[in-house]
Design a protein around this ligand. Structure first.
Ligand code: GUN
Length: 291
């Protein structure tokens, strides 16, 4: 069994990005600048945003974090988005999700200038990605594709089962896996799927993104399959000082004995996600996809 080491891969890619940034700056170009809007005090979101700010430092980017209390009105948030859209110094920005319930997330996403939408959530980027045009691609599926490439996982003609149909992971992942050049045969399963276990047993590659701790058990995995675990649920663990640990969607101990390659949690998909956000920000600063 090979452990797919997302942490090490992400460190390599961040070093590559930093080198590129220093080359650009030495040639008189602009240092990439990412902004993030964080509304409220969700524990997970605070951790993610702090990690994104730290990754910016590692890549030689500038970063700006805009923090607001959770009573921020939708109108005020849309104003902040408009200001970032108009700010020529900001190359790309993200609005960390989830947002408080009184704010319409989709309205906020659609207010972001698609040329600065480094999360790849705007319908223009989603649509362009789906038809194979250059676009910002959602960081988690992009990171998974990069891991599969760097670990030499054969995808052409292989049966790939994706568990989960979210806009951020499952849906874009299914589009990317069936694209020309990747060429997998894709099945998407979700909470209403009747044949989920059978589909998994037939899969060469399983990408689990359903947010149910240890959902994928050894009896659902074909010997030699490649397993990608997107889950990061906090579960109670009294052996840890902080009282919890991150648990993936896969029963790692048992499945690792059967799989040919598998991502751990933490240290698998998570670090790659942040790293792909950095790649998207560099692409935004270089106007790679849009003028
Ligand atoms: N919340 C969970 N994942 C993400 C992400 O990739 N981007 C943003 N903006 N919010 C998230």
């Amino acid at each position: 069994m090979t452990l797919i080491d997302g942490k090490a891969t992400a460190a390599t890619i961040k070093a590559e990005i930093k080198e590129e940034v220093e080359r650009i700056v030495a040639a008189g170009g602009k240092r990439p600048h990412l902004a993030a809007i964080l509304v409220g005090h969700d524990g997970g979101s605070e951790t993610y945003v702090n990690n994104k700010v730290r990754a910016c430092e590692e890549c030689g980017f500038r970063s700006t974090l805009l923090r607001f209390e959770d009573d921020l009105s939708e109108e005020a948030l849309l104003d902040e988005v408009a200001k970032l859209n108009a700010n020529a110094d900001i190359d790309g920005f993200i609005v960390q999700l989830p947002l408080p319930r009184h704010i319409d997330e989709q309205k906020v996403i659609e207010a972001i200038d698609y040329r600065k939408d480094v999360d790849g959530f705007h319908p223009i980027n989603v649509g362009r990605m789906a038809i194979g045009l250059p676009a910002f691609i959602s960081a988690t599926p992009k990171g998974i594709l990069e891991l599969l490439r760097r670990y030499g996982v054969e995808t052409s003609g292989k049966k790939c089962v994706i568990l989960g149909r979210s806009n951020i992971v499952g849906k874009p992942m299914s589009q990317l896996m069936m694209q020309k050049g990747v060429d997998a045969t894709v099945t998407v399963c979700h909470s209403r799927s009747k044949t989920l276990k059978d589909e998994c047993r037939a899969a060469d590659i399983i990408i689990a993104a359903i947010g149910q701790p240890a959902f994928v058990t050894a009896d659902m995995v074909k010997p030699g399959a490649v397993i990608i675990d997107v889950g990061t649920t906090r579960v109670k663990d009294d052996t840890r000082a902080r009282g919890w640990r991150l648990q993936g969607d896969v029963d790692f101990q048992a499945v690792a004995l059967i799989a040919s390659q598998i991502t751990p949690v933490p240290g698998g998909v998570g670090p790659m996600t942040i790293c792909m956000l950095m790649q998207n920000t560099l692409a935004a600063a270089r106007h790679e996809y849009y003028d």
